[in-house]
Design a binder for this molecule. Sequence first.
Ligand SMILES: [Zn+2]
Ligand SMILES: [Zn+2]
Length: 330
Amino acid sequence: MQAARFIEVGRMDVGGIPEPRPVRGEVLVQVAAAGVCGTDRHILKGEFPSRPPVVLGHEFSGTVVALGEGVTTHKVGDLVACDPNIACGACPSCLLGRINLCENLVAVGVHRDGGFAELSAFPAHRAIVLPPGLGLRDAAFSEPLACCIHALDIAAIRPGERAIIIGGGVIGLLCVQLARLAGAEVMLLTRSADRRRIGESVGAQITVTTPEEARTHWPRGADVVMECAGVGETVAEAPRLAARGGRVVVVGVLAKGETVAIEPFDLLVREVDLRMAFVNPFTQSRALHLLASGAIRTAPLVTREIGREELPAILAAKPGPTEVKVLVTG
Ligand SMILES: [Zn+2]
Ligand SMILES: [Zn+2]
């Protein structure tokens, strides 16, 4: 079968590899749609830990075509979305229910073969059956949406609060929609004019280009600031955009090892609460239900559909100012 594999830092190959066989407890899924994520770019640059050679792609959906031994929860023909994060269930974090903090966390498409391939085998308990009416293309958004739902849970937005979303990529534009659903007044901060337009079309009431412009609208700052750009500069800026007593949630992924200057005195005297949101613990079925309900719009976020052979070039390049989500559908 054809697959796009990460071989070593800076190198990705697209070509034929043996078809995976589902082992005990696994399902084999024919991949329908797989999203390209900023994390894939980080992996290719060696900025996010991975285990090459490995088929990338951790945001995907498809149809179950075979079952490994002992699988009773699924049947051939089921439409599923992959929740890529496999927790061990036995480490101290798992025993506390903090599965995203598992000490032995293994992610499909990061540490083991994922969805940039015709077929993918992974544990049945990570294959979530789609609610009726939800299409496979929309379901490919369920993993990034699940990460955003976790971030919203951590942000704990109350109706009537003001929220600034930094970054107009897919995470930012999904957080804009979730923050509106949570009852916030939402401002989107991004330099890209195209992304500001998309942000307005999916619910941002105010869009701005710079932190200075944000302050002219809300001089007191925002109750919640969500950093969704994964950029050091905006992580440093986020607390300064928060109101006294406000919360900052970092959702964006920075390169491993990158550091950022934060002023603890400022955080202290204004009691700005700096929080982190990592991946999607127990949130992906909620994401699928939200997508099925039509409450989250994905169509404006799909900027391109590509074939697997285009992946090496797409991942080696920086995302263009107009790119939001690239879906691999062929
Ligand atoms: Zn991702
Ligand atoms: Zn664990």
